[in-house]
Design a protein around this ligand. Structure first.
Ligand code: BG6
Length: 546
């Protein structure tokens, strides 16, 4: 990401050749942007709707939501009637809000420079509504404005609310939406016509622990039916995460070996080179376990480990993911010290740049005990996975930015070549690279050419970038489109989110009670504290360096 400011008005001449737009087939359907979607559901243009971004002046809109909507428009995935209403406290005109969105698109969109014709048509549907989040009148005014939009732009009463506000505001906002009558669920009227639908997208973090997540679920479900609630975990929108399902269930080759008989262990790594990026206050109350493991880490685990669903439909998929979480063996508080390592970065060098210690970050307590690194060992007590350890690690200011799932296979039953004096072959590895450099790597032993018998590990490497000449959409594009279409497959269900908290509850409690092992310090730019390596060494294994 560049930090260079680009003028809000920077647009280029349009390139609206028909070839640049997705073609429709004979039924008016657009071709599917990725193969998994074909299995999940037919690709459809969403019905006309309005997306209301609550907390629209924040960073999320600038960096993610605005660019995602623009790219969906550019790709031809949004109907012409599509409208956006920004709702926030700041005084702003419609034009100023449009400029604000354009600024973000200029800076962060994956397609740049901005296409003037697409932007113009998009901007016509953009409006801003100022109001206080706890003021009932602000929501009544919003409701009137949305009704006008329905009439003027034909958005048919369909509303997608996006809560881009601090989580403490979720209950209040949801309550106010309910009081203003903004929660219609698209039901049929007695005379047979349909009312518009309302859906709500809730950003993470969803709760702070098991109790608060349960409370939040109840508060939201008092107003919105579960089928209207879309809890976002943007990792599920990442192309490679979706491809994991295709890889497993679309090929005959891998699923038969995807179990305890062939797999020795699994490592899930979410490594970041960035620090807390100006979010010190939020992060210091959150920490890596809540920020990454509870959601992204456990979601990767479920997609990797789930049983094949009966159908590629939201309910079946989510049922299978919940089953994985239910099978995760609960830790006792006394297990925590042995199975979980927590760390915090001190100063160091990341990719040639000096980083300050976490405790020196703005708005972080000088004696903070918050973890910026976690490594943990998890067991899944299921028929398929009994006895296979899953190691999850995540950290800020690590040596490399890399998210991957790496599978270590069991060795061949007989060390045939070792008998002939050749050193043992390294275990076979399958690494699913989620980002960057998306792809799949298979590592196996091969004979070094020449006389004698020498064996070396080699790689078979599939790279998205070189195999497909198309750019992957950003996760937010995929997820926003799904929510507009009404497909919750890639969103987290209420019981799923609570179970994820339940798994981590003993860890949070142990740490809060001063148990659960020491906080280990690690220099920025390393792979975390040595204790994380020891966690695997004790089991005779080591972390793969992505
Ligand atoms: C967010 C976390 O959910 O994910 C951030 O709050 C983290 O702390 C980010 O940096 C990582 O997302 P990505 O897509 O950059 O891997």
């Amino acid at each position: 990401m560049t930090t260079r400011a680009t003028p809000a008005t920077s647009v280029t001449e349009p390139d609206i050749s028909a070839d640049a737009r997705p073609q429709r087939d004979g039924n008016g359907q657009r071709p599917s942007p990725n193969p998994l979607r074909e299995g999940l559901r037919l690709d459809r243009m969403p019905e006309p709707c309005t997306m209301i971004i609550i907390g629209a002046t924040g960073d999320l809109t600038l960096r993610k939501l605005g660019p995602a909507l623009y790219n969906l428009m550019l790709g031809g995935f949004l109907p012409g009637e599509f409208s956006v209403v920004g709702f926030a406290r700041r005084e702003m005109t419609d034009d100023q809000f449009r400029d604000h969105l354009l600024e973000g698109i200029n800076e962060y969109s994956r397609n740049r420079p901005v296409n003037a014709a697409v932007w113009d048509s998009f901007a016509q549907g953009v409006a801003y509504h100022r109001g206080e989040f706890h003021d009932p009148a602000a929501y009544q005014e919003l409701a009137k404005r949305l009704d006008r939009l329905d009439r003027d732009r034909g958005t048919s009463g369909n509303r997608l609310f996006y809560l881009a506000v601090p989580p403490t505001l979720y209950p209040e906002i949801v309550k106010q939406l309910g009081a203003a009558g903004l929660t219609a669920s698209g039901e049929e009227r007695p005379e047979g016509t349909k009312r518009g639908w309302s859906r709500v997208i809730v950003e993470k973090p969803f709760g702070f622990d098991l109790v608060s997540a349960g409370k939040l679920n109840r508060e939201i479900n008092q107003v919105f039916d579960e089928s209207q609630v879309y809890r976002i975990d943007h990792y599920l929108g990442k192309e490679t995460v979706q491809n994991l399902a295709v890889f497993r269930f679309g090929n005959g080759l891998f699923e038969p070996i995807w179990n305890r008989r062939y797999i020795d262990s699994v490592q899930i790594t979410v490594a970041e080179t960035v620090g807390v990026e100006g979010r010190g206050e939020f992060y210091d109350q959150t920490g890596a376990l809540r920020d990454i493991v509870q959601n992204h880490g456990l979601q990767l685990l479920t997609v990797f480990a789930m049983e094949p669903p009966v159908e590629f439909k939201a309910q079946d998929l989510r049922d299978e993911k919940v089953k994985v979480l239910r099978a995760v063996k609960p830790m006792t508080r006394s297990d925590v010290a042995a199975n979980v390592v927590r760390g915090q970065y001190v100063s160091g060098w990341v990719e040639g740049e000096k980083v300050h210690a976490y405790r020196d970050e703005p708005e972080v307590a000088p004696d903070s005990q918050t973890e910026t690194f976690v490594a943990m060992k998890v067991a899944i007590d299921s028929w398929r996975w009994a006895g296979v350890p899953f190691y999850i690690r995540t950290g800020k200011t690590l040596a490399t930015r890399a998210t991957e799932i790496s599978v270590q296979f069991k060795r061949a039953p007989l060390a045939l070549f070792a008998r002939a004096g050749t050193p043992a072959i390294d275990p076979n590895i399958l690494a699913i690279r989620i980002q960057p450099d998306e792809g799949i790597l298979l590592r196996f032993g091969a004979k070094v050419p020449g006389q004698g018998l020498q064996i070396r590990s080699v790689n078979m490497d599939f790279r998205y970038g070189s195999s497909f000449a198309v750019d992957s959409p950003d996760a937010y594009e995929t997820l926003l489109l799904d929510a507009m279409i009404g497909d919750p497959s890639l969103f987290t269900r209420g019981d799923e989110v609570e179970r994820a908290w339940e798994i981590l509850e003993p860890v949070l409690k142990a740490w809060a009670g001063g148990e659960g092992g020491a906080l280990h310090f690690y220099a920025g730019g390393t792979w975390g504290p040595p204790a994380a390596d020891e966690l695997l060494e004790r089991d005779g294994r080591q972390w793969r360096r992505p």
